[in-house]
Design a protein around this ligand. Sequence first.
Ligand code: 4AD
Ligand code: MG
Length: 476
Amino acid sequence: MKRTKIKDILANEAADYKVNVKGWVRSFRNNQFIALNDGSCMGNIQVVVELGTDEAIVKRIATGASVSVDGTVVPSLGKGQRVEVKAENITILGECDNDQYPLQLKNKPSLEYLREIAHLRFRTNTFGAVFRVRHTLAYAIHKFFNDRGFVYLHTPIVTASDAEGAGEMFKVTTLPFDNAPHNEDGTINFKEDFFGRATNLTVSGQLEAELGAMAFSEVYTFGPTFRAENSNTARHLAEFWMIEPEVAFNDIYDNMDLAEDLLKYVISYALEHNREDLDFLAQRLVDEEKQKPMNERSDMPLIEKLEFVLNNKFERITYTEAINILLESPAYKKKKFQYDVSWGIDMQSEHERYLVEKHFKKPVIVTGYPKEIKAFYMRQNDDGKTVAAMDILAPGIGEIVGGSQREERLDKLTQRMNEMHIPTDEMFWYLDTRRFGTVPHAGFGLGFERMVLFVTGMTNIRDVIPFPRTPKNAEF
Ligand code: 4AD
Ligand code: MG
């Protein structure tokens, strides 16, 4: 018999029909009731093991074991489920030794512990919910762009450029460590390397996306990006996924609208399609908040927070306004910030969080940053001091989106690159777009894991990517 997904059985109003279900045993009660889960949804189906079932089989039913059950869906007499499966034939597909199974040994395992067994954590309710939501968000992002006629452009993972000019890159090489070829001046001779030049893992697909936008008008990338920054925080990964739309003819205001629309669209898509998972995660958060001291608790439950974001326009302020708000804030005056505030600083996460969580209490788009703290490609404003950058700051997260209108004027761009010691000859291909039919254009990068954090209410970024890569950690 063909397998039926547990999700479909639970969603079906009918009863009294034959099914085959397969899944993993979440629990086995009184030698009679199996809670079976196949990951298709949060819920388990209750399988009732009939009296008289082969003892040898019953003995092998244990938490974590995989089973195949042929039976009949019947209305359930017990509390907590509408239907259950009356088993007629049970096959053990894979046994599970409960003296060794980590999820059986630990009662209520902590998120930290589950990170150590990331290969098994998908089998918990929390991670089941998180990764189903992650999937939905990825799908919604593609749907959003597809519905608007964007071309999905696969930008390279291995590249020779440092898009952000931050220099935090993982090198890609096949040269031997102990015997690398050298130039006369003692530097490594990358001409002998695999690609005939120094290469690295990409930190962003933006520069290549810009090339695509100069032909398709609207493109986006959605791929892995890599940063070798040594930030051991709950918001940073060394390998993370980024969504980068790039749109010809858009200015910074169009760019803000696009980003706000995108965020709202994917949030509402998840609310509509993953309600059960989100309700579970919301309850998880309520329970977690209870453990915290009063002053650290967040004031809005998860679903309300998401709906609030949907129903309110993001606040839009300039960097200069943001700095003034911080300087006027009680937190600043009472010296509560660890880092000082003055015009020109690269705002720290404590500053960003003050703006969104304390001052505005909603997402904030900050524009017009000092050019010194932003990348070379951002469009220079007429004041000579700021660039048309935009960061979106989200409650509980801080920066979730970073983007800008791009400098489309060849002379201004080369001048800025020279000031920042970015080799214009190696970047001839990027500059060519400004030589051959340049147009105003804009784009941004949305950190996918930060988006997943925001929607799921999880607090550590390591818990929203299946196998996190962070400093000193690349297991599994
Ligand atoms: O602000 P960033 O560095 O912007 C860019 O890379 C631009 N090239 C994007 C563009 O305009 N096309 O990064 C964009 C976003 C951040 O706002 C953040 O959400 C996320 O990427 N991000 C990280 N997420 C997890 N771990 C890290 N180490 C991250 N660094 C950036
Ligand atoms: Mg940024």
